[in-house]
Design a protein around this ligand. Structure first.
Ligand code: NG6
Ligand code: CA
Length: 509
């Protein structure tokens, strides 16, 4: 009994001294931040957003215990620019060379940038990126895959990195941990080329379809790794090659190790899943489980992943002190280059919900993505928020949360909307810019959406995506017409003019 009582008093003293430290320094306690950044997940892909034919119970639980945002956007309808904006607080279309990066691209974020993780480091956070990177690695000569790979995440604000360097469908098909390729045998060096074959005798998807377990539908017919042909050419590095089936397990394992190591200090984990990008190759535990082919199976795998992250946080008692953000880098795509039955088995699943277009598109499904925020005890769960919110604002909002000042030149497009993020407000952003694959820009203000005129193609024939490009301006009233069917540009020419001027102004900033 005496032990219990003295423990109780000790606890009181410890917690009192914590309070007084914060009171004295004026510092706010810093929650951990886990950003689960999924790939190509559509607005309607998860059951809590209403139109999914696949049950995603772990993600649904996140929504049931957190806030579901219904009008939150990635900045772009493709990966690299969305990630660039997320980490820099700057719209990617302001900077050349930020489109979908080839697998041998140099680091596209300048090393002198104070990135989102760099900013959090200033507040005492340990920071990590685990998963898909796709922002380039190395200097202007590219990455030295056989030596020290630098600059990369470590040079721009991450304390730890474990990467799929570009995407799962691009070479090199190896993991990079901090500065080095994992499991590389020095006697079998890696060579990478995006201009032509390195070994004329090496099999390719194009020449040797008999070697494939998953066949390309368009592109993706070059180097074969793990029975799957990829974009780009690669030789060597045999001992380091990844197995797609293990992606989710490997990334979860690394995330668990990172959280375990950092459980006693504030941390920021940018957990960037491979799922549900192509090639969709689920672990055997999930194969055939969705009834919707590989795309459905990797969706179940993603759901499992989310459950695992929540579980490890709970195990260490970190749930009440961790802000979890779950979202996607762009909207859905069905056939993105492999014959994986995604189209054939879609059934009545509506991956883009009620929205038109998808990945690559200027229409809403390009950038309007699931966005769930959970913070046990701090945010009341099971509610939704319809504020217009952009991922570009995570930078300034998380800076506010961590109490870090942001200079004017830093994160120029990012605005502090922390009250929205924490669901204390549903005040929309004043405006929001969306970027399509061919950099057609759209402007959202309130219920109005303006898509600038574009000479780009109307359809991506390979993926069968409506891209939203028209040579004339488009104007939609999203309140009445969320599916962007009725172009009202000729009905409201003044509004079109006004929105064009506003967009021009934003472009000049
Ligand atoms: C496209 C690829 C597509 C996907 C995309 C990038 C072809 C034909 N298509 O060029 O499969 O990799 O790039 O996706 O190669 S993203 O989510 O990383 O932006
Ligand atoms: Ca993507």
């Amino acid at each position: 009994m005496r032990i219990i009582i003295s423990r109780f008093f000790m606890l009181l003293i410890v917690s009192a001294s914590f309070t007084s430290v914060h009171a004295q320094t004026g510092q706010k306690p810093k929650p951990n931040i886990v950003l689960i950044y999924t790939d190509d997940l559509g607005y309607g892909d998860i059951s809590s957003y209403g139109t999914s034919a696949i049950a995603t119970p772990n993600i649904d639980r996140l929504a049931a215990t957190g806030v579901k945002f219904t009008n939150a956007h990635a900045t772009s309808a493709t990966c690299t620019p969305s990630r660039f904006s997320l980490l820099t607080g700057k719209y990617a279309w302001r900077k050349a060379g930020t489109g979908i990066a080839p697998g041998d691209a140099s680091l596209i974020i300048p090393v002198n940038t104070t990135t989102l993780p760099g900013m959090l480091q200033k507040a005492g956070y340990n920071t990590a990126v685990i998963g898909k990177w796709h922002l380039g690695l190395g200097d202007e000569k590219g990455a030295d895959w056989n030596g020290k790979i630098t600059p990369g995440p470590i040079e721009i604000g991450f304390n730890y990195s474990f990467l799929i360097p570009a995407t799962g469908d691009r070479v090199p098909c190896v993991f990079v941990e901090n500065h080095h390729v994992v499991n590389l045998d020095k006697n079998d060096p890696i060579k990478v080329s995006y201009t032509g074959p390195l070994d004329p005798n090496a099999p390719t998807g194009k020449k040797n379809p008999e070697l494939l377990k998953m066949h390309p539908s368009h592109g993706h017919d070059m180097t074969i790794v793990n029975g799957i042909s990829r974009i780009g050419y690669m030789t060597g590095g045999k001992s380091a090659l990844w197995k797609d089936e293990d992606f989710a397990d490997v990334l979860v394992k690394k995330a668990k190790a990172y959280i375990t190591k950092n459980k006693s200090n504030p941390f920021f984990l940018y957990f960037s899943t491979h799922d549900i990008h192509v090639p969709r190759v689920a672990h055997e535990r999930f194969v055939g489980k969705s009834g919707m082919g590989p795309r459905g199976d990797v969706l179940l795998q993603l759901d499992w992943t989310v459950g695992q992250i929540e579980e490890i946080l709970a195990k260490y008692g970190l749930s009440d002190n961790t802000l979890i953000i779950f979202t996607s880098d762009n909207g859905q795509v069905i056939d993105d280059g492999y014959k994986d039955e995604a189209v054939e088995k879609l059934g009545n699943h509506k991956p883009g919900g009620i929205y038109r277009g998808g990945k690559y598109s200027a229409f809403e499904a390009g950038t309007r993505v699931p966005f769930i925020v959970k913070w046990n005890g701090k945010i009341k769960g099971g509610v939704s928020n319809d504020a217009l919110f952009s991922q570009v604002d995570l930078y300034a909002s998380l800076a506010a949360l961590a109490d870090v000042p942001v200079e004017a030149s830093q994160a120029p497009d990012s605005k502090n909307h922390l009250p929205v993020l924490l669901n204390q407000s549903n005040q929309s952003r004043e405006f929001l810019v969306e970027q399509s694959i061919n950099s057609t820009l759209s402007l959202l203000i309130g219920k109005w959406k303006y898509i600038e005129p574009s000479k780009g193609p109307q359809i991506n024939k390979d993926t069968n995506t409506e891209l939203g490009n028209l040579p004339e301006p488009q104007l939609y009233n999203l309140a009445d017409d969320p599916g962007e069917i009725k172009n009202l540009a000729t009905v409201y020419p003044d509004r079109v003019k006004e929105m064009k001027q506003k967009l021009d102004l934003i472009k000049q900033q």
